[in-house]
Design a protein around this ligand. Sequence first.
Ligand code: ZN
Length: 70
Amino acid sequence: MAVMDRHKGTRKLLYQRRVHRFEMKDKCPDCRGRGVTRPVIHEFFYEPASPCASCEGEGTYKAWKQRQRR
Ligand SMILES: [Zn+2]
């Protein structure tokens, strides 16, 4: 399964590059430093933006990194 492995490796590399970019800016890669997740807008319900689970709403890279180690 060499093709699968290569595909997986590329995706991981892309994520690592994105994480590195946010590390430079000291922002959480998951919520892009906003501290909240995107609000869900649906035909029948509206879920407001909630604090980001990856950085606990802080929006900083440091907070995100601490959560990753657990
Ligand atoms: Zn976050």
